[in-house]
Design a protein around this ligand. Structure first.
Ligand SMILES: NC(=O)c1ccc[n+]([C@@H]2O[C@H](COP(=O)([O-])OP(=O)(O)OC[C@H]3O[C@@H](n4cnc5c(N)ncnc54)[C@H](OP(=O)(O)O)[C@@H]3O)[C@@H](O)[C@H]2O)c1
Length: 253
């Protein structure tokens, strides 16, 4: 019998994490969801189909005790098909130049966006290996571009990309993907552009979720992928990890 597929999604209470939870639940996956705000996380779980198998554990991914709580659930399952490191912080908003970003603020960004995903991948690697699973780390174009005021966040996403691709090179029994989802109409994006009308940005379900599902279905080689590239008919190849040199048409968070 084919085992039920399992996923842990961080930052699952809104935006991309919530949309991906809905998509995987619709496919019959068993889900472990986390985010800090318990009420929002419960609302996400409650909105899933009644037959969905979902465990919601509120907490902060930068808290080692919380990560241990997540591992206990995965240990009970005995396998993990996908770890989605999606929870992220921009740091202080409005975004500010590096000269005005304090060391403590940078450390907080790195703690959530880099240290926590690495720690979760380490903790859950045995369960991922059982399943021949996937680490899906949500990146950003800010990882490879150098937008003014995005330096702390961009550096964290560049570091996350590096960890992801190195993990993929080291671990032959799993795949590791850094996925640049492109602009998305979410709370994070709005907080990066306070007061701006962002209604022209796609919803997470328009592009980023289909791209993530495409990665999970097709299981290309480990690497960095852009959502927009994954939804073309062309053969799937990792995106370049360095800037293309083309001027950005916009800034994604
Ligand atoms: N939106 C864009 O245009 C865009 C573009 C490129 C990349 N991305 C990336 O896409 C991913 C999803 O972003 P989004 O726009 O969907 O964000 P979002 O709508 O703001 O949702 C962020 C989620 O993460 C949770 N979260 C934040 N900090 C957390 C922490 N320390 N521990 C646990 N959960 C935490 C939030 O819930 P709580 O606040 O309750 O914890 C929420 O569920 C992020 O990695 C982001 O960097 C976004």
């Amino acid at each position: 019998m084919t085992p039920i597929r399992t996923a842990l999604i961080t930052g699952a209470s809104q935006g991309l994490g919530r949309a991906l939870a809905g998509a995987l639940a619709a496919r019959g996956w068993r889900l472990l969801l986390t985010a800090r705000t318990a009420a929002d996380l419960s609302a996400t779980a409650d909105a899933l189909p009644v037959e969905a198998e979902v465990v919601a554990v509120p907490g902060d991914v930068s808290d080692a005790d919380h990560r241990d709580d997540l591992r206990l659930v995965v240990d009970e399952w005995g396998r993990l098909d996908v770890l989605v490191n999606n929870a992220s912080t921009l740091g202080p908003t409005p975004l500010r130049p590096l000269r005005d970003l304090t060391s403590d603020e940078l450390a907080e960004i790195l703690s959530v966006n880099v240290v926590a995903p690495h720690a979760l991948a380490r903790l859950l690697l045995p369960a991922l290996e059982v399943a021949g699973g996937v680490v899906l780390d949500i990146s950003s174009d800010a990882a490879v571009e150098h937008y003014e005021t995005w330096g702390g966040y961009g550096a964290s996403k560049a570091a996350l990309d590096h960890l992801t691709l190195t993990l993929g090179a080291e671990q032959s029994r799993i795949r590791a993907y850094a996925l640049d989802p492109g602009d998305m109409r979410t709370a994070m994006h709005q907080s990066a552009f306070p007061g701006e009308d962002i209604s022209d940005r796609p919803l997470p379900s328009d592009l980023a979720v289909p791209a993530a599902l495409s990665l999970l279905d097709r299981r290309p080689e480990s690497g960095r992928y852009r959502a927009s590239d994954l939804l073309t008919d062309a053969p799937t190849a990792p995106a370049a990890t360095a800037p293309t040199g083309a001027p950005p048409s916009g800034v994604a968070s």
